[in-house]
Each structure stands twice: as structure tokens, then as C-alpha cells.
Design a protein around this ligand. Structure first.
Ligand code: R5P
Length: 264
């Protein structure tokens, strides 16, 4: 792997712990003004300093993130569908590698839809993006998007993750599932998990994060479970404690409650 590629990866997968906490704020690219991300600037401002990387689209990056901020950017570069359509898999690349370089990003991200109607199109997009990324030293993160009919089980997610890595993805983002270690053991590149829909309690989020990192994930690329929380800053700081210190879920909950109690 080229020096530039390794350098960019190490900007967000931290060398001291080998782990990463990415804050996902790209939801608007097909969901529009998602709850508590209606005003991305406001949502991002108190959280960005606690994240190892931020994952926005180019529109949110340019309009809602101060360029003087030094948090690495993992730029969402696929899209072309909206939640109003039945089939979300009809995605293409929406931002060129040249533009990603101009915005000084640390990685680019796209979704692949394995098993969906547009499987091939999204896998070819991944392959082409990797080839361009290799040319410029920009890592590619592949998100194993789950179609409405797909089971979120290890059989499906391990298949999609492995295919992403075989086509050259440098990092894979997928969902936590039972027998998760089977997925991480069969995927030769770093794996991060999405948070998915907001879970019922903070402890549920801490348990999922702990289980993921102790079963082989290098961390999380989490959105709604952080910024849809009533206590987003305490939430991101507590998830961070698990990701980088392997704090147990109960320890993270104590930490969370202390942070909440200390608030004015
Ligand atoms: C989904 O398509 C987006 O890439 C989200 O960024 C991703 O699912 C992570 O966000 P959340 O933790 O809210 O699932």
C-alpha cells in the first residue's frame, strides 16, 4: 500500500489503539432532512471534536463544516436515489475523485447493494472507485447497504463484506449481527459497524459497540444512535470510551450518566 494511502487511513484509524470512531452524517443524501439532522451544522458542531472522522456528503461538507477544522473527512460519493422510490439500490457515483482530492478528504465512501436489482452496477462502481483511489492514494470505504428484503444475518453481511474486500475496498462498513466474528474473520480489511436505527436505551448502544469491537471490528461509523440521542455529546464520548479503551458497556453507562449529571 502506498504511503499516501496508509497515511490517510492512519488519520482516522488511530495508530495507538488501531480503532476508529466515525460520525456518520450522510443520511440526507437519500432521506432528506432526517430527524435531528435537519440542520447539519447545528448537529455536527458539538460532536465533531469527539470524532476520529466525519462522514458527510460534499454538500454538507461545503456548507456546514468549517474548513479550518482538522477532523478527517470520509466523503460519501454515491447516491442518485431517494427514499420515495421502492428500490434504493439504483445508485451511481455522484462526486468525482478529483473533487474528493480538492476537498482534501481522507477517504471516500459508497454503498454496495449485494443481492439487489442493481447489485452489478454498485459493485462495478466500487471497483472503479478503488482503481481511482489507488491512483490518488485515497482509501475507499464500502458500505454494505441492506435492501428492504435482505436479512441482516451473518450469512448475508459476511458475503457482502467479503465481496467488498475482494473488489478492493480498503475499509468495510456493515451492521452488527449474531456470530459477528465469522464476518470479521472472513473479511481481510478493517470493518466498522453502522449503528442503524436508534436503539431503545444507551446501554443497548454500548452493548452493540462493545460486542462489535471485541469481535473484530475496528470501530463504528455511527449516526442516529449518537445524534438522535437526547444527550448526543455524552453519547459520543461514551461510545468513544468503548471504541478506544474497550470499556465494558456498564462502565460506559456509568461514564454516560456522570457526564449527563455534570451538565449545567
Ligand atoms: C446509510 O446509508 C448511511 O451511510 C449512514 O451513514 C449509515 O447507515 C450509518 O448511520 P447510522 O448509524 O445512523 O445507521
Amino acid at each position: 500500500m502506498d504511503w499516501g494511502m496508509r497515511n490517510r487511513l492512519s488519520r482516522f484509524i488511530k495508530a495507538d489503539t488501531g480503532r476508529c470512531l466515525m460520525l456518520a452524517v450522510d443520511h440526507g443524501y437519500f432521506l432528506g432532512p432526517t430527524r435531528k439532522l435537519e440542520n447539519p451544522k447545528k448537529t455536527i458542531a458539538p460532536l465533531i471534536e469527539h470524532a476520529d472522522a466525519l462522514m458527510p456528503t460534499r454538500g454538507v461538507l461545503r456548507n456546514c463544516v468549517d474548513p479550518a477544522h482538522n477532523t478527517p473527512i470520509v466523503l460519501r460519493v454515491s447516491g442518485g436515489t431517494s427514499v420515495l422510490k421502492e428500490d434504493l439500490s439504483d445508485e451511481a457515483i455522484t462526486t468525482t475523485m478529483e473533487e474528493a482530492v480538492r476537498m482534501n478528504v481522507s477517504a471516500v465512501a459508497l454503498s454496495i447493494f449485494v443481492g439487489s436489482e442493481h447489485e452489478k452496477q454498485t459493485l462495478i462502481s466500487l471497483s472503479k472507485l478503488v482503481s481511482e483511489g489507488e491512483r490518488y492514494g485515497i482509501p475507499v470505504l464500502a458500505v454494505t447497504a441492506v435492501g428492504k428484503d435482505m436479512a441482516r444475518d451473518v450469512r448475508y453481511l459476511a458475503l457482502a463484506s467479503r465481496i467488498a474486500s475482494e473488489l478492493g475496498a480498503h475499509v468495510v462498513k456493515t451492521y452488527y449481527c449474531d456470530d459477528f466474528e465469522k464476518l470479521t474473520e472472513s473479511c481481510p480489511v478493517p470493518v466498522v459497524i453502522a449503528g442503524g436505527k436508534a436503539l431503545e436505551t444507551p446501554l443497548d448502544v454500548f452493548e452493540m459497540t462493545y460486542n462489535a469491537v471485541t469481535r473484530g471490528a475496528v470501530g463504528v461509523d455511527m449516526g442516529r444512535n449518537i445524534w438522535q440521542s437526547d444527550q448526543p455529546v455524552a453519547m459520543i464520548r461514551s461510545v468513544r470510551k468503548i471504541v478506544h479503551e474497550t470499556a465494558k458497556p456498564e462502565e460506559a453507562l456509568d461514564f454516560f450518566e456522570t457526564l449527563v449529571a455534570e451538565q449545567p
